[in-house]
Write a protein that binds this ligand. Structure first.
Ligand code: GLN
Length: 188
């Protein structure tokens, strides 16, 4: 199964390696033609403002947005989660605005900008999964039929709504494959 990773900016290769390790084919998506035969797409971490701008410049923005609305599986990690959110705290603009969540950018401030924590995510695995947060956003509110998948210190760090999955953390930066396996199952 071919799974795309949006490759305009940010941490792409680590996601591709994880997908490949699961026996599937990770594909870099840089232009519209790269969507051919994909069963789902990962929007990686990086800088949401930059990725959003490049999506528009490369004429992929409307295509991707409509594809997601029509049910195409998508997983946004960190900046990717910000791209999916319908609402961003302290901002009137947004990007794809497809997922009924409100996010706060750089929610952990500078002191706790990056940290790691082992957490059991019942929906994904009975074993603890290492979660890495890097200048991470938080989900401050969920609406409609969004399901909270993981909380850390009472804060929502992963959520799912139908074909859309969002994590504030970076599973691609650990050796653990469980979160990628979870998304691959969403693409089947
Ligand atoms: N703070 C970044 C943003 O707002 C996200 C950080 C990340 O993806 N590691 O886009």
């Amino acid at each position: 199964m071919k799974i795309g990773v949006l490759a305009l900016q940010g941490g792409v290769i680590e996601h591709i390696n994880h997908i490949n390790q699961l026996g599937h084919e990770g594909v870099e998506v840089k232009k519209l033609e790269d969507f051919k035969d994909l069963r789902g797409i990962i929007l990686p971490g990086g800088e949401s403002t930059t990725i959003g701008k490049l999506l528009r410049e490369r004429n992929m923005f409307i295509f991707l947005r409509e594809k997601i609305i029509s049910g195409f599986p998508v997983w946004g990690t960190c900046a990717g989660m910000i791209l999916l959110a319908k609402h961003i705290e302290e901002s009137s603009s947004g990007h794809l605005k497809v997922m009924d969540i409100k996010v706060k950018r750089n929610a952990y401030g500078s002191q706790l900008a990056s940290f790691k924590k082992n957490v059991i995510i019942n929906e994904i695995s009975s074993e603890p999964i290492p979660l890495i947060f890097i200048r991470a956003p938080l989900i401050t509110e969920v609406f409609e039929d969004v399901k909270t998948i993981c909380t850390v210190d009472d804060k929502i760090v992963a959520a799912k709504q139908n074909n859309m999955f969002a994590t504030a953390f970076h599973p691609e930066l650990t050796d653990n494959l469980e979160v990628h396996r979870y998304f691959v199952n969403m693409c089947k």
